[in-house]
Design a protein around this ligand. Structure first.
Ligand code: ADP
Ligand code: MG
Length: 575
C-alpha cells in the first residue's frame, strides 16, 4: 500500500482539504451532545428560555456546518480516489507495455487484466475510506473519551471493559482474513483465465463438442472462487454483530449505572444523555476503524499484486552510447547466436551464423518447431540472446536504441494480429503519419487492395476485434501492408504467405520483389517453391543450421533440404 502512495502525490492538496474538512465535521459532532446537555440541565430544568434559544441556535449551526463539511469532503474524496485509480491503471498499463515478452508471459494476460481492473478498484476503495476515516476516527475516539470523562469519570470506567472485546475481534478478523483474501484474488485470476479461453476458443470448443467440458471447468473455477468468498465473508460478517452487541450492552449498562448515579445526585439527566452519545461516538469510531480493517487485508493483497507488476524490470536497458550512429544500410549478420527460452532445457536456436545483405532475399526453411520464428524474433530483440551477437551494419543490436532498431525492422509475424479500428488505422500502426497514397500503395503491393475496396467504406472499413471479419489470408496481407508502409531496411516475413493460394502468393511475391528491391529481406517458409528462388537459403533443423547456400548447392549437399524439396516438388520443378 505504502509503495503505491507515491502515485497519490498529484492529489495531495485535495486530500489535505478532505482531512481538514472531516476534522471540522468531527468537531461539530463532538460539540452537539454537550450543547444538548446544557439545554436539558441548565435550560429546561431551570426554565431559562433565553439559554435554550442561544444554545439551540449553536446546535443548529454546528449541525449545518458539519453537514456542509461532510458533503464537500465526500465530493473531494471521491475525486481523489477515482483520480488515484486512474493514475494507477495508467501506470500499470504503460509499464506492462514496456515489459519484456518473457516477463509478460510469466504473469499472464488474465492476471494482468485482473490486476489492472479489480485489484486497482480495491486499492481505490480503501483509499477513499482511509481519507475519510483516518483523522476523524482517532479524533472522535480521543475527543469522545475526554468529554465523557469530563461528564462523569466514574461512569467512564464502563468503557474500559468494552474496548478489549472490540480490539480483540478486530485483530481476530484481520489475521484470519488476510491469507484468504490473497487466495481470493488468485482464484479470480483463474476464473478469468478459464473465461477468456472459453470465449476466445468458442469455435474450437463447439467443433470438438467440448462445451460440457468447458462449462465444467468454468463451474469448478467458479465454485472454488465462491467457496473462498463465502469463507472470507463469514469471518468478516462476525465482526458487525459482535460490535453491535457490545455497543448495545454498553448502552444498557450505562443507563443502568447512570440512573443510580442520578438517583444519588452525582449526575444530571442531560449529562447522562450526553454521556451515552459520547460512548456511542467512541464505539462508532472503533467500528469505522474496524471496517477499514476489513478492507485493508484485501486491498493490501491487491496492492502487493499491483506492485509486483510495477516493480518488474522493464525490457532491456537502453544502451547508454548516444554516439552510436543509427545504421542505414541493413547489412544483417548473425555470429554464432545461441538462445534458450527462459525455463527451457535446450536452446531453441544454437550456434547460428549467417549474413544477409541489402538487395538480397534470404529464405529460412525448416520443419515446424525447428526454431524459425524464434530466430527471427531475435532480430528486433524481443528476447535477449545467450551468446554470440547480432549485427546490423557492423553495430551490435544491443548497442542500438530499441526504438531505432525496431523502426529499421519490419516484422510480419506468423500469426497476423489486427486491432479494432479501420483498415487505415491498422496500416498506420506501421507508420503513424502515412498518407492516404502511401497506404493505398502498401495495400496494392500486399495484394490487399482488391478486397479492401470491396469492403464497405474502403480503407475506412471497420475491422472487428482481432480481425474476425477477415479471412486468414486477408489478415496476412493486411499485416504485410502494415510492414510495407514503414519502408524498413530489413523485412522479416515469418511464414506470411502460408494462408494465401498459390496464385495470390506468386503475385504478391513478384510485387514485393519490386518494392523491397534494395532492402534486406528474410523470408521464413515451409514451402520449397518459395525458398528456391531466394538468393540464399538457410536450412534449420532443431535450432541449428543444417545447410546454408543456394538451391542447387543445397540439393547436393544437404540431406534435410533434399527431403523437404522432394516431398513438395516434382523432379522437373526441382531442376
Ligand atoms: P518454428 O517457427 O520453426 O515452427 P519456433 O521458433 O516457433 O518454431 O519454436 C522453436 C522451439 O521453441 C519449439 O520447440 C517451441 O516449443 C519452442 N518455443 C517457441 N516459443 C516458445 C516460448 N515462448 N517459450 C518457450 N519455448 C518456446
Ligand atoms: Mg514459426
Amino acid at each position: 500500500m505504502l509503495k503505491l502512495a507515491r502515485y497519490l502525490k498529484p492529489f495531495a492538496l485535495m486530500a489535505v482539504c478532505v482531512v481538514i474538512l472531516t476534522l471540522l465535521q468531527s468537531l461539530a459532532e463532538l460539540a452537539l451532545p454537550s450543547l444538548m446537555a446544557d439545554i436539558v440541565d441548565k435550560g429546561i430544568a431551570k426554565g431559562d428560555t433565553d439559554l435554550i434559544w442561544r444554545t439551540g441556535g449553536l446546535m443548529l449551526a454546528a449541525a449545518l456546518g458539519g453537514a456542509l463539511c461532510s458533503i464537500v469532503s465526500g465530493y473531494l474524496s471521491a475525486r481523489v480516489s477515482t483520480g488515484y485509480g486512474k493514475t494507477l491503471r495508467h501506470e500499470v498499463f504503460s509499464h506492462v507495455e514496456s515489459l519484456s515478452i518473457h516477463e509478460f508471459d510469466t504473469v499472464g494476460t488474465s492476471s494482468l487484466i485482473t490486476r489492472t481492473t479489480n485489484d486497482i478498484n480495491h486499492v481505490q476503495m480503501v483509499t477513499l475510506m482511509m481519507l475519510r476515516i483516518v483523522v476523524s476516527a482517532p479524533m472522535m475516539f480521543a475527543g469522545g473519551i475526554i468529554l465523557a470523562v469530563s461528564k462523569d469519570p466514574k461512569l467512564s470506567l464502563m468503557l474500559i471493559g468494552t474496548l478489549p472485546v472490540l480490539a480483540g475481534s478486530i485483530w481476530f478478523v484481520s489475521t484470519k482474513g488476510m491469507p484468504l483474501f490473497k487466495a481470493l484474488q488468485e482464484k479470480l485470476d483463474k476464473l478469468n483465465l478459464v473465461l477468456r479461453e472459453g470465449l476466445t476458443g468458442i469455435r474450437v470448443i463447439r467443433a470438438f463438442n467440448r462445451v460440457d467440458y468447458e462449462t465444467g471447468r468454468f463451474d469448478e473455477a467458479n465454485r472454488d472462487l465462491t467457496q473462498t468468498a463465502v469463507k472470507v465473508n463469514r469471518i468478516m460478517a462476525t465482526l458487525w454483530p459482535v460490535m453491535m452487541l457490545t455497543l448495545n450492552f454498553t448502552t444498557i449498562a450505562i443507563i443502568w449505572f447512570g440512573s443510580h448515579r442520578i438517583d444519588a445526585g452525582n449526575l444530571e439527566v442531560g449529562g447522562l444523555m450526553a454521556f451515552i452519545q459520547y460512548a456511542m461516538q467512541i464505539l462508532m469510531s472503533l467500528l469505522m476503524v474496524s471496517s477499514i480493517f476489513v478492507m485493508l487485508p484485501r486491498a493490501s493483497a491487491s496492492a502487493e499484486r499491483i506492485n509486483e507488476v510495477l516493480t518488474k524490470l522493464p525490457e532491456q536497458i537502453e544502451p547508454g552510447s548516444p554516439g552510436a550512429k543509427s545504421p542505414c544500410h541493413g547489412y544483417l549478420e548473425f555470429q554464432d547466436v545461441t538462445f534458450t527460452y527462459p525455463g527451457a532445457e535446450e536452446p531453441a536456436v544454437s550456434g547460428v551464423s549467417f549474413r544477409a545483405n541489402p538487395g538480397e532475399t534470404t529464405a529460412i526453411i525448416g520443419g515446424t518447431g525447428s526454431g524459425k520464428s524464434t530466430l527471427v524474433s531475435l532480430i528486433p530483440r524481443f528476447y535477449e540472446i545467450d551468446s554470440g551477437c547480432i549485427l546490423i551494419d557492423e553495430t551490435d543490436t544491443r548497442d542500438m536504441p530499441l526504438t531505432s532498431l525496431r523502426n529499421m525492422v519490419g516484422v510480419v509475424p506468423q500469426k497476423a494480429v489486427l486491432f479494432t479500428g479501420t483498415v487505415a488505422e491498422n496500416i498506420r500502426y506501421g507508420k503513424a503519419d502515412a498518407t492516404d497514397q502511401e497506404i493505398e500503395k502498401a495495400l496494392e503491393t500486399a495484394q490487399a487492395i482488391d478486397f479492401v475496396i470491396k469492403m464497405e467504406g474502403g480503407v475506412n472499413a471497420f475491422i472487428a476485434q482481432g480481425g474476425k471479419n477477415l479471412s486468414g489470408g486477408q489478415k496476412q496481407r493486411m499485416s504485410i501492408a502494415r510492414a510495407l508502409v514503414r519502408k524498413p531496411r530489413i523485412y522479416v516475413f515469418d511464414d506470411s504467405f502460408s494462408a494465401l493460394d498459390y496464385r495470390t502468393g506468386a503475385r504478391l511475391q513478384a510485387a514485393l520483389k519490386k518494392e523491397t528491391e534494395d532492402a534486406t529481406v528474410l523470408v521464413v517458409t515451409q514451402r520449397a517453391a518459395t525458398a528456391m528462388n531466394a538468393d540464399r537459403i538457410i536450412v534449420l533443423d532443431k535450432g541449428t543450421v543444417a545447410g546454408y547456400g543456394i538451391h542447387r548447392e543445397l540439393l547436393k549437399t544437404c540431406e534435410i533440404y533434399r527431403e523437404i524439396v522432394s516431398s513438395q516438388l516434382s523432379e522437373e520443378e526441382i531442376a
